[in-house]
Write a protein that binds this ligand. Structure first.
Ligand code: FE2
Length: 209
């Protein structure tokens, strides 16, 4: 009499790995562009990372990358049965995490899908941590397992692109490797909403709350 467990309310994380033959040259080009943007490298306090402006999707040097994001996003939208509603990239920026740096917990309000593409990943200690959004984390438990863990770890590697719902809180643990972790993050939102509701909030003249 062993009851069958049914998994309810799954939270999706999509990943796609570019073929290594494509990822290598693409990452070399992206890495060079990002290096150009950060030269000379600013001094960052120990433990902190460095980000580019959030408009990479509007820069010709990243057009090839943007195309890849848009193509993958269409397939994610199909899984969510919303492919008939046009979406746009609302922000796209590079993160450079030197050894010892991390990125604290956050999510991406006013967006529908968020994602990250990995340009360079240290040999060790690189992953993305997604946090369980359900209040079940308060349940008593003695071990962390499939039904009891309150975080999920997504391993990452150069050439991998991941997507997840923008409401899903996540963080990046400290870079335990000896080289920089370089990634490009992006958000997507339904074009109509982004242009008529969220964009006005981003105007410099809007009152800050
Ligand atoms: Fe994020």
């Amino acid at each position: 009499m062993k009851p069958q467990a049914h998994e309810l309310f799954p939270t999706p994380l999509w990943s796609v790995d570019l073929p290594p033959a494509d990822a290598g040259p693409l990452n070399a080009r992206l890495g060079a562009e990002i290096e150009k943007m950060i030269a000379p490298r600013p001094k960052t306090p120990s433990g902190s990372n460095w980000q580019t402006p959030q408009d990479l999707h509007n820069r010709p040097a990243f057009a090839e990358f943007v195309k890849l994001v848009e193509l993958a996003a269409v397939n994610v939208a199909k899984d969510l049965q919303v492919e008939q509603y046009p979406m746009m990239i609302t922000g796209c920026w590079a993160n450079i995490n030197p050894p010892g740096s991390y990125h604290p917990t956050h999510n991406h309000p006013n967006n529908y899908l968020s994602g990250v593409y990995y340009v360079a990943v240290p040999e060790t200690g690189s992953h993305l941590v997604l946090q369980d959004p359900r209040p079940g984390i308060l349940m008593p438990r003695s071990k962390l397992g499939r039904f009891t863990a309150n975080v999920a770890v997504a391993p990452v590697q150069a050439g991998r692109m991941v997507f997840f719902p923008s409401w899903l809180r996540h963080h990046v643990p400290s870079n335990e490797g000896s080289t920089d972790r370089v990634s490009i993050a992006f958000n997507l939102m339904f074009t109509n909403f982004a242009e008529t509701i969220s964009a006005p909030m981003w105007e410099p003249s809007a009152p800050s709350a």
